[in-house]
Write a protein that binds this ligand. Structure first.
Ligand SMILES: N[C@@H](CCC(=O)N[C@@H](CS)C(=O)NCC(=O)O)C(=O)O
Length: 82
């Protein structure tokens, strides 16, 4: 299942959640950033060396930067709708 690290109070996370909703993709939201912390954990830094949310993992594919994530999700699941 698609995993998304982030917090709902982040606009950059909200845009990813919006597209996940449009695409009706099952996902796990893993709280990270803000008061949740975790961005300096070595395992998180291994996914995103900039230590920012959002980050997604789709199987073995890890993507960070919100607009790169949007483009990945649209290209992979959007069926030319986006
Ligand atoms: N250009 C990045 C910006 C990412 C960014 O600045 N994320 C903020 C939240 S909007 C963040 O991780 N802040 C640290 C935190 O939440 O603790 C993107 O579009 O994903």
């Amino acid at each position: 299942m698609l995993k998304l690290w982030g917090r709902r109070s982040s606009a950059n996370v909200q845009k990813v959640l919006w597209l996940i909703g449009e695409l009706d993709l099952p996902h796990d939201l893993i709280p990270a950033g803000g008061g949740f912390g975790g961005l300096d954990d070595p395992a998180f830094r291994a996914m995103n060396p900039h230590g920012k949310v959002p980050v997604i993992a789709d199987g073995a594919v890890v993507v960070w930067e919100s607009h790169a994530i949007l483009r990945y999700l649209a290209a992979t699941y959007g069926e030319n709708r986006f």
